[in-house]
Design a protein around this ligand. Sequence first.
Ligand SMILES: CC(C)(COP(=O)([O-])OP(=O)([O-])OC[C@H]1O[C@@H](n2cnc3c(N)ncnc32)[C@H](O)[C@@H]1OP(=O)([O-])[O-])[C@@H](O)C(=O)NCCC(=O)NCCSC(=O)C[C@@](C)(O)CC(=O)[O-]
Length: 366
Amino acid sequence: MQTAARQLCGGLLGNGARSHVPVLVGASRAASTTAATLPNGMPAEVTIYEVGPRDGLQNEAQTIPTEVKVRLIDMLTDAGIKAIEATSFVSPKWVPQLADAKQVIAAMRKAPGVQYPVLTPNLKGLQGALEAGCREVAVFAAASEAFSRRNINCSVAESLKRFEEVVVAARKEGVAVRGYVSCAVGCPYQGHVDPGAAADVGAALYGMGCYEVSMADTIGVGTPASMERMLQATMQQIPVSKLAVHCHDTYGMAIANIAASLRLGVAVVDSSVAGLGGCPYARGATGNVATEDVLYLLDGYGIRHGISMDAVLAASEYISGALGRPNGSRVAKALLARRAAEAEKEAKAQAKAAAAAKAEGAAVAA
Ligand SMILES: CC(C)(COP(=O)([O-])OP(=O)([O-])OC[C@H]1O[C@@H](n2cnc3c(N)ncnc32)[C@H](O)[C@@H]1OP(=O)([O-])[O-])[C@@H](O)C(=O)NCCC(=O)NCCSC(=O)C[C@@](C)(O)CC(=O)[O-]
């Protein structure tokens, strides 16, 4: 596997992944470079790449009305999130929940300065995305053969060939492409994944022209130690400013894994409002790390993110209500409980003051 990805990468680039083609003009985040770091080595500013509407909803058994998806995306836009993965142009037989991709893109608000990428597994998906007017797409390879077969029905090497066609065609249209490496620290079918194998697949995606590569702990089995090993191997082939992390929270390690990634300089974090999500082809994997939890972590370090926690909480409560289930974010639950307690205290104080004023009025009248 490692060799296959390396060979392919070499074949695509001639002299290796570092000869990355320049990023696109007009794709604002795609063209940006990371700036300052804090004294602790962490980035001073982090971009949240919100995957709730896509990764979060793709696995839902119940049918979610298009209007609900659109409302969620609009609320996340209102929260100030600058990258929101809206949906997927994949086979509706494989992921029926996102069969309304075209309608979602048509109906949602497209705010200036916000990217709304969509997943495209092949040229057919890209064609659908272009027809819908999308300006950023994402391709998704895996560091594990078994997962690649289950998720996209082909080997890793075949998928990279397919993605190269997508990347070339997208870039011709001026459309930015992001890459994912699934199972970067563990696979539901094969178990252990070699950090070098994940790094090689990431390098192949970066080398073919993805402006950023998101290294995904698809089933949330990683720990800070295994994340660090994987990222250190990857950073030998891709600059850290072009890396993102995508952590599922199955074992409750996602926040620790993100903190470890920040320490290595990673400045783009994928997350999902209310902790929604799970991949249909990753048995037992729970949702992504919740956006609210990541914002709380970033606030704790004094890292800028430009997002309104209140507005994310509103989106989080909205989608949890629409799905009829408890909010999956611990931070959302804690903040909402604290706010409810404060509101109750305030209401009691007001009632007491009103009663006292009434009693005083009655005494004066007597
Ligand atoms: C890749 C394929 C299409 C191969 O699926 P296949 O069955 O090998 O493809 P095919 O080319 O033989 O086509 C089969 C049928 O699908 C149609 N088709 C083919 N392509 C498309 C398309 N783009 N849009 C709409 N329809 C499409 C095609 O036209 C045909 O229709 P039919 O003739 O039978 O009526 C399929 O396996 C697929 O769609 N897989 C998607 C799986 C997926 O979305 N998984 C979840 C996302 S990945 C993820 O969540 C991980 C990530 C990114 O979040 C990071 C992480 O945490 O790891």
